[in-house]
Design a protein around this ligand. Structure first.
Ligand code: ATP
Ligand code: MG
Length: 299
C-alpha cells in the first residue's frame, strides 16, 4: 500500500508576545493514511487538530516539516482537497443546486451548464436531498445544510475529504443518519478522508485509524489505533461487538488521564515511530504490551 497522505515532521509555532518565547502548538508530528482510508483525530480542545487539518487543506502552513499528498508536497489550497466545516458555509443567495453547481463549475470550468447541473444533482441525491434542489439555505434545517456541504465537497471528487467536527452542531438522530451516509459514500467511492471529532463512538464507527493527540501546548501524536471492528460494522450494533468496549475504554482512558500525563510518563516516545495498537484484538491478554502491533505510524 502506498502512503497517500504523509505528514512528515510538522510543527506549528506562534510568535510570543513581547520578550516571551514562541508557543509551540505541536511539533514533530508524523502521520500517514493510505489511499481509501478513513482517519479520525481525537484530542482535547486546543491541541492543534484544526491547525493540522488547515495545514492539510493548504489554508495554513507548518512552521517546520512537509505534507505530501499523492507523491507531491502540498502548496496552498487545491480542489483535490475538499473541506467540510462545522458551519456549513453555504452561499445564502443560491439554492441547494446552485451551491453544489457552483463548486462543480469551479472544478470543471469547461463543462456546459447542463452537465454541471446533472453532476450536481447526482451528489444532491447521494446525500438524500433529491426534491430540495431549489430550496435556499434559509429554508433548510441544520442537518440538511450540512448535507449540502457534504454534497458540495463530494461533487468535486476530491482526492481527500477533510472534515472538522462536521456533525457536532446537529441533534443525535441527524448526526447518526449523516454518519451512516458518510460511511456508505466513503466505502462506495473509496474516498480517502481525514476527520476531527470529539465523539468517541463517531470515531469508532467511521475510522480505520484513530490518531490520539496529547494535550497542548507542545502536543504530540501519542498512539494510532487500528480499528479492530469489522469493516461491515453497523452503527446500531457497534456496542455488541466484543472489541467495542476495549477500544472505547482505551480512547476514553486516554482522554481522561493519559493525554495529560503521556509525555512525562513516556520519555522514550519516538514521534516518528508512534505505536500502532488495536485494543481488544487480543482479548484476554495483558492489555498494554500485547496490543503493541508495530511501530509504523511515521516513516
Ligand atoms: N493565530 C493564532 N495565534 C496564536 N495562537 C493561535 C492562533 N491560532 C490558533 N492558536 C492556538 O493554537 C492552538 C490550537 O488551535 P486549534 O484550533 O488547532 O485547536 P483544536 O485542537 O482544533 O481545538 P478545538 O477542539 O477546540 O477545536 C490553540 O491553543 C490556539 O489558541
Ligand atoms: Mg478545532
Amino acid at each position: 500500500m502506498t502512503r497517500f497522505i504523509s505528514i512528515e515532521g510538522i510543527a506549528r509555532r506562534y510568535p510570543g508576545k513581547g520578550a516571551s518565547s514562541d508557543t509551540t502548538i505541536f511539533e514533530d508530528l508524523w502521520l500517514s493514511l493510505d489511499r481509501g482510508e478513513f482517519g479520525c483525530v481525537i484530542g482535547h480542545s486546543g491541541c492543534g487538530k484544526t491547525t493540522v487539518l488547515n495545514i492539510l487543506a493548504g489554508l495554513d502552513a507548518p512552521s517546520e516539516g512537509t505534507v505530501i499528498v499523492d507523491g507531491k508536497a502540498i502548496a496552498g489550497t487545491s480542489l483535490d482537497r475538499a473541506v467540510i466545516f462545522q458551519s456549513h458555509a453555504l452561499l445564502p443567495w443560491r439554492s441547494v443546486l446552485g451551491n453544489v453547481a457552483y463548486a462543480v463549475a469551479s472544478r470543471w470550468p469547461a463543462w456546459p451548464a447542463a452537465r454541471v447541473k446533472d453532476h450536481a444533482r447526482k451528489f444532491i441525491a447521494l446525500v438524500g436531498l433529491a426534491g430540495a434542489e431549489h430550496k435556499r439555505p434559509s429554508e433548510l434545517s441544520g442537518g440538511m445544510k450540512q448535507r449540502v456541504g457534504i454534497a458540495r465537497a463530494l461533487s468535486i471528487e476530491p482526492k481527500i475529504l477533510l472534515m472538522d467536527e462536521p456533525f457536532s452542531a446537529l441533534d443525535a438522530l441527524t448526526r447518526g443518519t449523516l454518519q451512516d451516509e458518510v460511511r456508505r459514500i466513503c466505502i462506495e467511492t473509496g474516498q480517502t478522508s481525514f476527520m476531527i471529532t470529539h465523539d468517541v463512538d463517531e470515531a469508532i464507527f467511521l475510522a480505520d485509524k484513530i490518531f490520539l493527540m496529547t494535550n497542548g501546548p507542545g502536543a504530540v501524536l501519542a498512539e494510532v489505533i487500528r480499528n479492530p471492528l469489522p469493516k461491515g460494522r453497523a452503527r446500531a450494533d457497534l456496542h455488541r461487538h466484543p472489541d467495542y468496549y476495549p477500544v472505547r475504554n482505551h480512547i476514553v482512558d486516554f482522554l481522561v488521564t493519559r493525554s495529560r500525563t503521556f509525555r512525562a510518563a513516556t520519555p522514550g516516545h519516538n514521534p516518528r515511530q508512534v505505536p500502532v495498537i488495536a485494543p481488544g484484538a487480543e482479548r484476554g491478554e495483558d492489555p498494554a504490551p500485547a496490543h503493541r502491533l508495530a511501530a509504523v505510524a511515521g516513516l
